[in-house]
Ligand binder design. Structure first.
Ligand SMILES: [Zn+2]
Length: 269
C-alpha cells in the first residue's frame, strides 16, 4: 500500500501540473472503490489547477470551483506521459489530459478512489482526520492529551487516522522501536516523555523515507511508474527471529488488530 512518503513523493512529481489547464478527463473504468462522478468532465474540464497538495494520503487538486481528490488505495499509482503517447498498461483507469502531458491513474486492485467536491475540508473522507505527522501540531503535548483517553494498544493508536494521519503498519513498528516502547502497551500508560519520543521519531522516520523517495521521482516520467516501497533501513519490521540491532536479542513477531507487529522485548518496555 502506498504510505505517506510514497504519496508525498507522488505529490512532488505531479506538482508540475500546477497552473496548467486540465483539458479533459478520460475514464476507462469508473468503478473504483466508489464510482467516479459521471459528471466529472462537465465539472472540471478546461479549468486551471491552482495548486496540488496533500492531506493524509489524499492528493488534492484545487481547481476554480472544485477540488479533485485522489486516493491511491492499496495498489494505485500515478504516472506522467506525453499527451500524444499511445501506450497503455493494463489497469489504466483514468487519464487527466493536459496540453502536452497527461497524468494516468493505474490501479490493479481498484481500492483507490477519485472524488469531486466543493469543499475538501468538509468531505467525509477528510473531515475527521487527525493532524499531519510532520506538522508542529503533532507534538508530545498533543499526543499526551489524546492517549490519556484511550484504552487501545499504542501501536493501534498511532495507526488510527483520527489520532494522527499517515503512520502505516511498517512505520508504526519502526517508530515504537526507536522510541523503546513496547507496542502492546495501553495508550493511556504512555508518559509525556514517551509521547515526545513518539512524535520525534515519527517525524524522523517519515522524513527519511520521503528523502529516499525523492530519488525515485524520475520513475514517474517513464512508463514504469513508481517502484513500490522506499528502502529505508528497517530495524524490526519483517525481521522476525533476526538479531536486534541494539541488544542482539531476537526480534519477535506478534499479531495486533489483524496486523503483524515486530519488536524487541528487551529494548522496548
Ligand atoms: Zn533489542
Amino acid at each position: 500500500m502506498p504510505e505517506l512518503p510514497e504519496v508525498e513523493t507522488t505529490l512532488q512529481a505531479i506538482k508540475l501540473f500546477e497552473n496548467e489547464t486540465l483539458s479533459s478527463i478520460k475514464i476507462h473504468n469508473p468503478n473504483l472503490r466508489w464510482p467516479i462522478d459521471i459528471n466529472i468532465n462537465k465539472k472540471i474540464s478546461n479549468k486551471k489547477i491552482h495548486k496540488i497538495f496533500r492531506r493524509a494520503k489524499y492528493l488534492i487538486f484545487d481547481l476554480s470551483n472544485y477540488y479533485l481528490i485522489i486516493h491511491l488505495g492499496m495498489s494505485g499509482t500515478l504516472r506522467i506521459m506525453n499527451t500524444a503517447d499511445n501506450y497503455f498498461k493494463k489497469h489504466d483507469h483514468v487519464e487527466l489530459i493536459f496540453k502536452s502531458k497527461k497524468l494516468i491513474y493505474n490501479d490493479p486492485r481498484r481500492f483507490g478512489s477519485i472524488h469531486i467536491t466543493k469543499s475538501y475540508q468538509d468531505h467525509s473522507l477528510i473531515s475527521n482526520l487527525g493532524p499531519e505527522p510532520l506538522s508542529d501540531e503533532f507534538c508530545g503535548e498533543y499526543l499526551h492529551n489524546v492517549v490519556i483517553n484511550s484504552k487501545t494498544n499504542i501501536k493501534n493508536f498511532i495507526m488510527n487516522q483520527k489520532n494522527v494521519v499517515g503512520i502505516g503498519n511498517i512505520y508504526a513498528s519502526e517508530i515504537l522501536f526507536k522510541s523503546s516502547i513496547n507496542p502492546t502497551r495501553i495508550a493511556n500508560s504512555i508518559s509525556r516523555v514517551e509521547c515526545n519520543l513518539i512524535t520525534k521519531f515519527s517525524k524522523n522516520i517519515l522524513k527519511k523515507a520521503i528523502k529516499v523517495g525523492g530519488t525515485t521521482i524520475r520513475d514517474f516520467f517513464s512508463a514504469e511508474g513508481s517502484k513500490g516501497y522506499f528502502k529505508i533501513q528497517l530495524n524490526v519490521y519483517d525481521r522476525e527471529d533476526k538479531k536486534c540491532s541494539k541488544c542482539q536479542n531476537t526480534i519477535k513477531k506478534i499479531t495486533q488488530n489483524q496486523r503483524a507487529t515486530y519488536f524487541c522485548e528487551t529494548c522496548q518496555n
